[in-house]
Write a protein that binds this ligand. Structure first.
Ligand SMILES: NC(=O)c1ccc[n+]([C@@H]2O[C@H](COP(=O)([O-])OP(=O)(O)OC[C@H]3O[C@@H](n4cnc5c(N)ncnc54)[C@H](O)[C@@H]3O)[C@@H](O)[C@H]2O)c1
Length: 674
């Protein structure tokens, strides 16, 4: 019998793992968006090592054929993705009942992995990259196949250990242990430069997990729309008086990619004029066709005329400009267009490999130069950053409020020698959005991007969870203190409108900023609804790593920590360990994510609610720690809002005893060094 002609079912294919017979070679699907060719960094000996490493997934009888193919992939793409092993079935989150699995957790994690790789969701699906240009779920397709098989066959007494996409294996554990423990890109600290990532990723021994890519918790662009809307709304609150509205006022920014594409939609929710430059026409067109940006402008003439009209008519509208953002900053200055808010979401965490396109080069010219003449390309990027900063400084002198949007813009500009440092030469001229907005207004109070996924795949279940969450939030608001009323109001508005904003792409997921009390009460209500049969199947809880406690990142999540500890990573490590023994179904910890490899340590969790009493116990214990760990660290750093929040929490939770700081008078210290 010729087995290769027999069509295997989805379940059989999953259970098979690495196929028994060598599948036929596969070419890449041209219509999909592919990762840029990575720089050739390996020596001849290292290339042999990379191929030797890749071949260890396969029997030696295949080595002759595969070695040539993998060598060709390494040459052509700078990485070995093993395209031949990409499964033939549709890559998408299926209802949980369709997965062959012995545990609910195993099935739920498979669902989450498939969602992260769904071509509708992922940025470079065939290179197993979910977002941010390099945010990988796995390094190659062999790792995917093996992992899915392990997840399908694991018992409640085993834990799967994932090393940067590589499944090391199932190890005996216990029912209370996480089912999966994930690390991504963890390096010996001295080996965390950008080129270390290029080299060790090409060797096939590490990967850049970004945040929710490598932890299977990405839920498409809605995650970022909510956070961006909160940021833009609060930024306008900072610069406008109470009686002024953002209508007819400009928010200028760049990037219509994976996450940055949320900016125009968030601008519309905040109610302003968004002008967003995007150098890649395909990316701009995609966001336009998806309805994420209202208008597309290819020339300055139409962009300028339309912006002026929108100001005069006090409009709420989002305008994409296909071109370089540096030119927009400069041209708007010449045209004397006043910009209320300015930011940037180009991928400067990845500056030399396609994250930032320098002014003065076309998109195509830049793509060729970055692989053929990387040194010159680096110079062009740095020159362009200096130009961009000069233009921003001119606008800021007229009153523009500019903030860094977590993409390492200020950091890379400073490295490029741009005029970006403040007078003390320690701080930047401009704040990061966490320093001024998300830190003091959200994270320090415990508010962050809580999320959930309905594993039935049924939109009706999602609507039920929305209604439950709305009800819980409204109840909490009734007795919430003045300090968090604005947060409660913004988030209640968000969840009330979430369904009609049609934000779901991929799995049936929802994001909602909530504090510890909100997260726990919402989760308890979901668990009760599952038990009562009102929600038809388990719900996965999780969060973005970009949150109160999960991430130590001195230029982003912890940029509003001023006691010197923002360059430490204890909080994120405690978080992942603390969550793991308090009941998480899976935990992850990553080097890199957001601002770049070596610049951040971040972690997250997933928790499967199945309606059981056991789940009710776990969720309370784990969510409480997951949020209050960060609040306690923020309060120890003397952050006023966090001190308020942790004191409030200690009053109502007798088991919580946190060390509090004694505050020192400035005068006393100043006198010491007079
Ligand atoms: N603040 C946050 O909450 C937050 C959230 C997500 C991402 N980020 C950061 O924002 C950045 C963007 O993330 P993404 O997922 O959208 O990445 P992405 O690579 O998908 O998109 C960036 C886009 O910027 C465009 N671009 C690059 N240089 C340009 C230039 N000079 N002018 C105009 N357009 C240019 C690129 O063509 C690309 O489409 C990342 O560094 C990410 O870490 C911040």
């Amino acid at each position: 019998m010729d087995n290769s002609k027999t069509q295997l079912s989805f379940r059989d294919e999953i259970l098979m793992g690495i196929p028994k017979e060598l599948p036929a070679p596969k070419s890449r699907i041209a219509e999909l968006n592919h990762a840029p060719k990575r720089k050739q960094i390996l020596s001849r000996e290292e290339k042999k090592l990379a191929i030797r490493n890749a071949l260890r997934y396969f029997p030696d009888t295949w080595h002759g054929e595969l070695s040539k193919e993998f060598a060709a992939e390494l040459e052509k793409y700078g990485r070995i993705y093993m395209y031949r092993f990409k499964p033939g079935y549709k890559m998408q989150a299926r209802p949980i009942s369709e997965y062959p699995a012995t545990t609910n957790e195993g099935a739920a994690i498979m669902l989450m992995i498939q969602n992260n790789l769904d071509p509708e969701v992922a940025q470079h699906p065939e290179e197993l990259i979910t977002y941010g240009g390099n945010g990988a779920v796995f390094q190659n397709w062999a790792q995917y196949l093996l992992t899915m098989k392990y997840l399908a066959t694991m018992t409640e007494e085993q834990t799967l250990h994932m090393y940067s996409g590589h499944p090391m294996g199932l190890f005996p554990s216990s029912k209370d242990a996480p089912r999966v423990v994930i690390t991504n890109g963890m390096m010996i600290p001295n080996y965390s430069s950008q080129d270390d990532w290029e080299k060790f990723n090409a060797l096939g021994v590490t990967q850049y997990g970004q945040m929710t890519a490598g932890s299977y918790m990405y839920i498409g662009p809605q995650g970022i729309v909510h956070g961006t809307a909160i940021t833009v709304m609060n930024a306008f609150r900072k610069v406008l008086s109470k009686s002024e509205s953002p209508k007819g006022k400009i928010f200028l920014t760049a990037g219509l990619g994976g996450m940055s594409g949320a900016q125009p939609k968030a601008g519309n929710i905040a109610g302003c004029i968004t002008v967003c430059a995007e150098v890649n026409e395909v990316a701009a067109m995609k966001r336009f066709e998806q309805g994420w940006v209202d208008e597309l402008h290819k020339t300055f003439d139409t962009l300028i005329a339309r912006t002026k009209e929108a100001i005069n008519k006090n409009e709420i509208v989002s305008l994409a400009y296909v071109g370089n953002v540096v030119d927009v900053w400069e041209r708007f200055y010449e045209e004397e267009l006043f910009i209320h808010l300015g930011s940037d979401q180009t991928s400067l965490h990845n500056p030399w490999a396609g994250g930032y396109y320098p002014a003065g080069l076309t998109f195509e010219e830049a793509n060729i130069m970055m692989s053929e003449n990387p040194e010159l390309f680096k110079e062009k990027v740095q020159e362009s950053l200096r130009r961009q900063v000069n233009a921003i400084n001119r606008h800021a002198a007229k009153g523009t409020y500019f903030f860094d949007y977590g993409n390492a813009f200020l950091l890379e500009s400073s490295r490029a020698g741009a005029d970006i440092m403040s007078e003390n030469n320690i701080d930047f001229k401009y704040p990061s959005y966490v320093q001024d907005i998300l830190g003091p207004m959200c994270f320090d109070y415990g508010f962050g991007p809580f999320r959930w996924v309905c594993t039935s795949g049924n939109p009706e279940d999602l609507q039920k969870t929305d209604a439950i969450a709305l009800n819980v939030m409204e109840q909490i608001r009734q007795t919430a203190p003045e300090e968090i009323q604005q947060q409660m109001e913004d988030n209640i508005k968000w969840i009330r409108e979430a369904d009609s904003n049609k934000l779901v792409v991929g799995s049936q997921a929802r994001i909602l900023y909530a504090d510890a009390e909100g997260r726990i009460k919402i989760a308890e209500a979901f668990n009760a609804a599952i038990e009562a049969g009102q929600i038809s199947s388990p719900v996965v809880l999780g969060r973005d790593h970009h949150d109160v406690s999960g991430t130590d990142s001195p230029f982003r999540e912890t940029s509003n920590i001023y006691d010197g500890s923002r360059f430490t990573a204890d909080m994120a490590i405690h978080n992942v360990i603390g969550d793991s023994f308090r009941g998480a179904s899976w935990v992850s910890i990553h080097n890199g994510g957001g601002v770049g490899w070596g610049e951040v340590i971040n972690g997250g969790f997933g928790m499967v609610l199945d309606g059981s009493g056991e789940a009710a116990k776990r969720l309370k214990n784990m969510l409480f720690y997951d949020v209050n760990n960060g609040i306690s660290r923020r309060s120890w750093a003397r952050n006023k809002e966090a001190l308020f929040a942790i004191n409030r929490e200690m009053k109502r939770s007798p088991g919580l005893k946190v060390t509090l700081p004694n505050l020192v008078a400035d005068k006393l210290l100043d006198e010491l060094f007079e």
